[in-house]
Ligand binder design. Sequence first.
Ligand SMILES: Cc1cc2nc3c(=O)[nH]c(=O)nc-3n(C[C@H](O)[C@H](O)[C@H](O)COP(=O)(O)O)c2cc1C
Length: 337
Amino acid sequence: MTYQEVLQAARTYSGPYCKACPVCNGRACGSTMPGPGAKGSGTVAIRNYEAWQNVCLNMDTICENGPVDTAFTFFGERYDLPVFAGPVGAVKLHYGDKFTDMEYNEILVDACAKAGIAAFTGDGTDPTVFDAASKAIGRNGGKGIPTVKPWDKDTLFAKLDAAKASGAKVFAMDIDAAGLPFLKGLNPPAGSKTVAELREVIEYAGVPFIIKGIMTVKGAKKALEAGAAGIVVSNHGGRVQDGVPSTAAVLPAIADAVKGQMVIMVDGGIRSGVDVCKALALGADACILARPYVTAVYGGGAEGVKVLTDKLKGELQDTMAMCGVHSLKEISRDMIF
Ligand SMILES: Cc1cc2nc3c(=O)[nH]c(=O)nc-3n(C[C@H](O)[C@H](O)[C@H](O)COP(=O)(O)O)c2cc1C
């Protein structure tokens, strides 16, 4: 299958809201929620995408002509490239009937591990979804990151117990989910957490813990203080708060504040290996792509995941070669124009 064929097939299968656009830039879906759009005006997802397009790279064309290595080590696991599939929950609600969350996660986790990357998996009110995703990650040797919502303590601890038993080795929490319209007034209850509350959760988890949904230096420092091993610079693709900056705009200052003290990941509108290279140059250690991997699964199942991952890898290798770097550790801020 080619990437174009994956997109073409996804147009038939991804429900009434997602148009599986040639580039997933937030325009066609706008503020469609339910659906893959963004909250309120719907402009934050567009801003995320455009911000990467406005970052330019410096070529360095007089350099050694050697192979380019995109290998990335993440808490002891080696991956082919610094890219993860993002957590996406309630796929039936947002992308139509083709898959349940459980079916979607099974395909995604397995296919990502086979394609040389790993998937973050989503969470929701149905406890079996998180449980099954954690088990799929366990079956794939711990290659994947179960991402729990900021529930009340009892619910959280029960989910973490199940995730630990399944063999997952790194956990995450989308702390910003407190802003999701779907999560208001639910049972079990979910909402914001203080540094002390987060620390308790992280200590209980007993494995490297990533906090997703950090958009400021202040937030990154709080995550560090709570004992997080990593953060995802993310505005949830615009789904939790309207009127916020793009992730590309806030990343450099956050990286300046906490780089080397924790793993820094970033998501939001990253759509190509060129964008991945830009994100690393601005200070990220790795990137997450969420909506594009949904399209890949809906359009091509496991093969779609491989097609997208190979495409990203080729683009990243090409960009690194043209910028005169041969390994991820050589990527630096001075590559940005
Ligand atoms: C339909 C949908 C469902 C999502 N569900 C989750 C979720 O369960 N947990 C989570 O951490 N993020 C969730 N996200 C946010 C994504 O993981 C990601 O942060 C966001 O979409 C930005 O990345 P992107 O522009 O590559 O899609 C969801 C996003 C979408 C579009």
